[in-house]
Write a protein that binds this ligand. Structure first.
Ligand code: 5GP
Ligand code: MN
Length: 348
């Protein structure tokens, strides 16, 4: 048995909202990752099994090819490509379920539609400080992933038996991707209890690993080599390499035929260097610089991402944006980099 993390009131209130709805729209964050898609598709399948119809999954923009094999991913509606239909669905939904994001700013152009909607709203998420005006917010930042929360939610609702193999596959995928294949934020013993239950349901975890991490294009791998050989800058603190920065211009991305999701995981690589415990990646997008932060141990990067780059996220994995040139974004980081070093270094 796994412990009950949601309160009885939360479970009852959520059940009432689901019972009272027939049409449901599920929303998740911009540039959806394994957890965003996995939790949304798992929730969609669960609600369909409960008899809800229609249940739509709407994402703000496209998702990476390496997640397109997820069960029912082909039915996901991409707002950017289908704004009118998504607008109607959101307007008509009895219930909107927001998964894996804590603010309407994280869903791009869908944000104003969510804010304006009069539908009932339920949030299930693991990012700190949720600020979505919803009827019920189930926020558990200590969870590894929203997928873990969806699993717990279904179980605590008394419906473990409704978790079939496709649902289990979706849940496992998000738990795996949000922990870097169980290499960070993954010390809670119950995690492995949940994994055991998912594998018992038939999840082939080795296959999922291969589908997500071993399906790169040749260009993607060459981009990795280019980043590490030509682009990685190391910053010293207390005479030791401590921070790595990779900043990529749009021309460089074009050269490697960059697609959405190609940057996924790149920011983690410099952490393989013994003394590097902070890693930053900047990538020039069409209208902004997208920034990813990673750290090891007791170095919260989410606060820094929020303070200087209008972002947020988790202690060891955060992101943000910069409106200006790539050089100016690098300069802003350089100006304040000492703040990133301030907390105590990880004990190894
Ligand atoms: P990634 O670097 O993989 O894009 O994101 C890492 C984490 O930071 C994710 O959990 C994501 O939710 C969060 N994150 C990424 N970009 C942003 C952003 O622009 N704003 C906020 N608030 N969080 C972000
Ligand atoms: Mn997540």
């Amino acid at each position: 048995m796994i412990s009950e993390i949601f309160t009885r009131q939360e479970i009852h209130a959520a059940a009432r909202m689901i019972d009272n709805a027939s049409s449901v729209a599920i929303l998740t964050h911009i540039s959806p990752d394994g957890d965003a898609l996995g939790s949304s598709l798992a929730m969609q399948r669960y609600l369909k099994i409960l008899g809800k119809d229609p249940v739509a999954v709407i994402v703000p923009n496209t998702f990476p090819q390496f997640l397109s094999w997820l069960p029912a991913a082909q039915d996901i509606l991409v707002y950017e490509q289908n704004a009118d239909e998504c607008g109607v669905i959101l307007h008509e939904a009895d219930l909107i379920i927001c998964l894996d994001f804590n603010s309407s700013k994280r869903i791009g152009k869908v944000g104003p539609l969510l804010d304006a909607s009069e539908s009932k709203k339920l949030v299930i998420d693991h990012h700190i400080d949720p600020d979505i005006a919803a009827d019920l917010v189930m926020s558990y930042p200590s969870a590894t992933s929203t997928c873990e929360l969806v699993f717990r939610f279904i179980c605590q609702s008394g419906n473990f038996d409704f978790i079939d193999l496709p649902t289990a596959v979706c849940i496992y995928t998000g738990m795996m991707t949000d922990t870097g294949n169980f290499s960070y934020n993954s010390n809670h013993p119950e995690l492995y209890n949940i994994v055991a239950q998912l594998v018992t349901l038939g999840v082939d975890k080795d296959d999922i690993y291969n589908r997500v991490f071993n399906t790169y294009s040749a260009e993607r791998l060459r981009l990795t080599g280019y980043c590490l050989y030509h682009k990685m800058r190391l910053f010293k603190h207390n005479k030791r390499n401590s921070l790595a920065l990779i900043a990529l211009s749009s021309q460089e991305l074009l050269r490697f035929n960059f697609h959405s999701g190609d940057a996924e995981g790149l920011v983690n690589l410099p952490l393989q260097i013994g003394d590097v415990y902070l890693s930053v990646m900047m990538r020039e997008d069409t209208d902004k610089i997208k920034i990813s932060f990673r750290s090891q141990g007791d170095h919260p990067v989410n606060e820094f991402a929020a303070k200087y780059f209008g972002g947020g996220g988790h202690k060891n994995a955060a992101g943000g944006e910069f409106y200006g040139s790539l050089d100016d974004a690098v300069r802003l980081l350089e100006q304040h980099v000492n703040e990133l070093y301030e907390q105590k270094q990880p004990t190894i």
